[in-house]
Design a protein around this ligand. Structure first.
Ligand SMILES: [Zn+2]
Length: 274
């Protein structure tokens, strides 16, 4: 069985630079991520398409989707989210051919794309794989991150073919999950044994290349010290396994390899053969 992994920019959007980099001073983060006149930085929603040679077709995260009001589109400077449909069309497939949707967590920029603007499921025939802890938390989030969970997404899942995973382990043949709780509860980091080697998709645990530096955290993270420990452990794993780390939100760099030099982890951009 061979798995081909294709990273896809589903959409482009902007978030407040301070929220993306937490306590890091703007004088430092703005060198790599210049802020616009409203202090927002450019981001993307990057998702994965996984093509099996036996016909199975999976996506990891569904992106931000198209169910957004004009006001929201302006706040997030959201650009049309057609990237995933285009990528599937290039493969001669469509959203109806997707057999499996693996959601790292249910924050809107990773999961809102499972719903069409009319409220129906975008991947109607697919099994949606979510972690039990994240699903439970999404139904009753904290005041801190409730704005990141959209009720429409959770409601849509109720009507979907749903597989609730309880902890780490195999999600699909060649695809495994490990759990992370620092960013939000029950986030699943996805590892794929692909034809290009081991691919790790860390979702919001490592959103951009800049966040490879351990103390660079997002203000969105619920448990910052946990994020630091989880990043450190994941980088060690990636370095030992020579894994390629795909970045969910970096607007320029899709994938990196990590290595420890001096006193810190460093990221080197790599090409991921499509
Ligand atoms: Zn998130």
């Amino acid at each position: 069985m061979a798995l081909r992994v294709i990273p896809v920019v589903e959409s482009r959007f902007k978030l407040d630079g301070g929220a993306m980099f937490g306590v890091v001073p703007k004088t430092l983060w703005s060198r790599g991520a210049p802020a616009d006149d409203e202090n927002r930085v450019q981001l993307v929603c990057r998702v994965l398409v996984v093509v099996y040679d036996d016909g199975r077709l999976a996506v990891v995260d569904a992106g931000i989707g198209e169910s957004w009001s004009g006001k929201d589109r302006a706040i997030y400077r959201l650009e049309p989210a057609g990237g995933l449909s285009t990528a599937l069309a290039r493969l001669g497939r469509s959203s109806g051919d997707v057999t499996d949707v693996i959601l790292t967590h249910l924050h809107f920029d990773h999961a809102a794309g499972i719903v069409r603007p009319d409220g129906s499921l975008r991947f109607a025939r697919a099994t949606h794989h979510v972690q039990k802890a994240n699903l439970a938390y999404a139904r009753k989030p904290s005041a801190k991150d409730e704005a990141s969970y959209r009720p429409e997404t959770i409601e849509a899942l109720e009507g979907a073919r749903l597989r609730v995973l309880d902890g780490p382990g195999e999600v699909l043949p060649g695809i495994h999950a490990r759990l992370s709780n620092g960013h939000t509860k029950g986030l699943q980091v996805i590892s794929i044994d692909s034809t290009s080697g081991l691919i790790v998709f860390a979702s919001d645990l490592i959103p951009t290349r800049a966040h490879v530096h351990l103390p660079w955290l997002m203000a969105y993270d619920n448990h910052p010290l946990k994020v630091i420990a989880e990043k450190d452990a994941l980088f060690f794993h990636c370095a030992v396994e020579k894994a390629t780390l795909v970045l969910a939100h970096d607007p320029e760099v899709a994938a990196v390899r990590v290595g420890f030099q001096g006193d810190r982890w460093l990221a080197m951009a790599v090409d991921l053969p499509a």
